[in-house]
Design a protein around this ligand. Sequence first.
Ligand code: GLN
Length: 204
Amino acid sequence: MKTQHPHIGLVAVQGDFALHGRMLDRLGVSWRLVRQAAQIEEMDGLILPGGESTTMLKFFSEEGLGPAIRKFAEQGKALFGTCAGAILLAREVLNPPQPSLGLLDISIERNAYGRQIDSSVQQGECPELSRQPLEMVFIRAPIIRRVGDNVRVLGRAQGLPVLVEQGNILAATFHPELTEDETIHRYFLKKVKDLHAGNTPERR
Ligand code: GLN
């Protein structure tokens, strides 16, 4: 059992990492911005924020972040990707196909809600996390088109999977950092703490 506080890193090459920081501040959790592979090694939990996945990929290859994040995931540490972050984690990216970290067994279609609905607020259900429906903000959001056998769907909106989990990897197609609701970040933090304390993630 490790006793020191887990370190949370926000991958800060592009996108809305600052708002994740604000949410973690509200929850009284310290965090650091990470932009280099060496910094990732020091973290116990990592958030890949929303933004533009193509731009992030470019930085990832310039800074060698891809292999560092893969290694981080292989060590069983907790990762949370939101929107573009979820796209980066996916095994398969559609519309158009693009490279990804391939850590989460889903197929995800970028910008899948169509141009006319660049953003929307929906009420979604995450029955294992909250009895109440949650407000979910979608911004040029992707849609998860396929969910692998080992992936659990934790949240749905309009019947579509929007929050999924595979062992130590969590991904949302919406932006939980843009609402006042702390449910999703609390869930992730618990995951970081459990994994940091040496509990095995549920692998199915
Ligand atoms: N459309 C963006 C992409 O494909 C994702 C949008 C977001 O993160 N809000 O990368």
